[in-house]
Design a protein around this ligand. Structure first.
Ligand code: LMR
Length: 399
C-alpha cells in the first residue's frame, strides 16, 4: 500500500529550516520560521523560565496525567493574561480554557470542535494569512473562505475591503483574526478599526476566532490585547487560540491554549464537556511541563516582572532591527521605499520581494525567507545586516 505514495512537498515554513540546516554556506541566514534570535543570533531560554523550571523540578513528585483540559491553575493564569483578572468574561465564568499543544494545537482543536458540532460552519481567513491556517482547517474538514486584508500598492491594511467582506459573512460562520502582529504582513487594525470589526461581528452574528500567538511582541502586553477585548462585550461569544512559543520562548514545549467564551456559565460548561471529547480523541490530555512554567512565572510577582522585562527587551530589539534594516537598505543604494517595514509590528515583515527574488536570495546567498516574501525580522542581527542588505540590493538591481 505505501509503495503507491508520492513524496509530499516540504512545509513552506518548517521545510525552510530543514533546508537551512543542511546549507554549508558560512554566511547563511534563516529569516524563515518565526523564532526569535537575540543580538548574537541565539534563541536563548528566558531567565524567568530557567528560574521557574528549577523550582518546578525541585518540588515535582509525580508525572501523573493532567485532566483532559489541562491544569485548572494554568487555565486561570491564561484567562487572567488574556482578559485581565477582573474582566467580566473571567468573573462571570463565561470562559472555558483548554491547555493545547501550542497555538497550532489550539487552532486545530477549535477546527475539530466546529467540524463536529457545527458542520455547516465555514471559516474565513485573511488574505494573506499564516500558511498553516488553511492547512489546519482543511485537515479538520472545515470549509475555508477568505477575506481581503492587505493592499499591496500601499503596503497597508485594506480596511474598507476587509470590513465590506466581513459584513457579508453569514451568521454562524467563523472569522479568524490575528489578535496582534499579523502573520505574515506585520500590519494590524487600529483600535478604532478593531471596534468597527467587533461591531460587524455583533451585527452579523459570526464568531471571531482570535489567533493570539504574538502577545507582547507588538506594542506591549496591555496594548496588544486591544483587538481581543473589543470582541468581549457582555454575552458575546468568541474563541481565542493563544501561544507561549514566542512570548516565553517555549517553542519546543508546545504550550498554548484554546479559550472559548460563551454567553453564560452554563453554556461554558457545556462547551467544556464537548471540547473535552474532541481532545480525548486527539492527544488525550496535554503535556505538563511548559504549562507549569507559564503558571509559575505568571503567578509569582518577581518572576513575572522579570518575564515582562524580557518580553520588552525582545520587542525593542525587533523594532530596532526594523529601523536598521530600512536604513541599511538605503545605505546599500536600494532606491525602493522600504520605510513601511519600520511601521509593521511583531516578528514578521511582508517585504514585497517576489517569489523569484526570494529563490535567488536562497540559491545565491543562502538567505532563507518564506516564498511570499515574508521576513522574520527577529532573525536579523548587527552581524548579518550588511550581508543581508547587500544581497537584497543585488537582487533588486536591474540586470
Ligand atoms: C511561523 O509562522 O513561522 C511560526 O508560526 C512557526 C510555524 O509553526 O510556522
Amino acid at each position: 500500500m505505501f509503495e503507491t505514495l508520492e513524496v509530499a512537498p516540504a512545509d513552506p515554513i518548517l521545510g525552510l529550516t530543514a533546508a537551512y540546516n543542511q546549507d554549508t554556506n558560512p554566511d547563511r541566514i534563516n529569516l524563515g520560521v518565526g523564532v526569535y534570535k537575540d543580538g548574537d543570533g541565539n534563541t536563548p531560554v528566558f531567565n524567568s523560565v530557567q528560574r521557574a523550571e528549577a523550582r518546578i523540578l525541585d518540588r515535582q513528585n509525580t508525572k501523573d496525567y493532567l485532566p483532559i483540559s489541562g491544569a485548572p491553575e494554568y487555565a486561570a493564569a491564561v484567562q487572567a493574561l488574556l482578559f485581565g483578572p477582573e474582566h467580566e468574561v473571567v468573573t462571570g465564568k463565561r470562559a472555558a480554557t483548554f491547555h493545547a499543544p501550542g497555538g497550532t494545537g489550539g487552532l486545530r482543536v477549535a477546527g475539530d470542535f466546529v467540524h463536529k458540532l457545527f458542520p455547516q460552519a465555514r471559516i474565513c481567513l485573511s488574505e494573506p494569512t499564516w500558511a498553516n491556517h488553511p492547512n489546519i482547517y482543511k485537515h479538520a474538514g472545515v470549509a475555508v473562505e477568505t477575506y481581503p486584508y492587505f493592499r499591496k500598492e500601499t503596503n497597508d491594511l485594506d480596511f474598507a475591503a476587509m470590513r465590506d467582506a466581513l459584513n457579508s459573512v453569514p451568521e454562524g460562520d467563523i472569522v479568524l483574526l490575528h489578535g496582534c502582529c499579523h502573520n505574515p504582513t506585520g500590519i494590524d487594525p487600529t483600535p478604532e478599526q478593531w471596534a468597527q470589526i467587533a461591531e460587524v461581528a455583533g451585527a452579523r452574528g459570526w464568531i471571531p476566532l482570535v489567533d493570539f500567538a504574538y502577545h507582547g511582541l507588538g506594542d506591549g502586553l496591555e496594548q496588544d490585547r486591544r483587538g481581543l477585548l473589543a470582541f468581549c462585550r457582555t454575552g458575546a461569544e468568541l474563541m481565542v487560540s493563544s501561544s507561549f512559543s514566542k512570548n516565553f520562548g517555549l517553542y519546543n514545549e508546545r504550550v498554548g491554549a484554546l479559550t472559548l467564551v460563551a454567553s453564560s456559565p452554563e453554556a461554558a460548561g457545556a462547551l467544556m464537556s464537548q471540547v473535552m471529547i474532541c481532545i480525548r480523541a486527539n492527544y488525550s490530555n496535554p503535556p505538563a511541563h511548559g504549562a507549569a512554567i507559564v503558571t509559575e512565572v505568571l503567578n509569582d510577582s518577581g518572576l513575572r516582572q522579570q518575564w515582562e522585562g524580557e518580553v520588552t527587551e525582545m520587542r525593542n530589539r525587533i523594532n530596532s532591527m526594523r529601523a536598521l534594516f530600512v536604513d541599511t537598505l538605503e545605505r546599500k543604494g536600494v532606491r525602493r521605499d522600504f520605510s513601511f517595514i519600520a511601521r509593521q509590528r511583531g516578528m514578521f515583515s511582508f517585504s514585497g520581494l517576489t517569489g523569484q527574488q526570494v529563490d535567488a536570495l536562497r540559491e545565491e546567498n543562502a538567505i532563507y525567507m518564506v516564498g511570499s516574501g515574508r521576513i522574520n525580522v527577529a532573525g536579523i542581527t548587527e552581524a548579518n545586516i550588511d550581508y543581508l542588505c547587500e544581497s537584497i540590493a543585488a537582487v533588486l538591481r536591474p540586470s
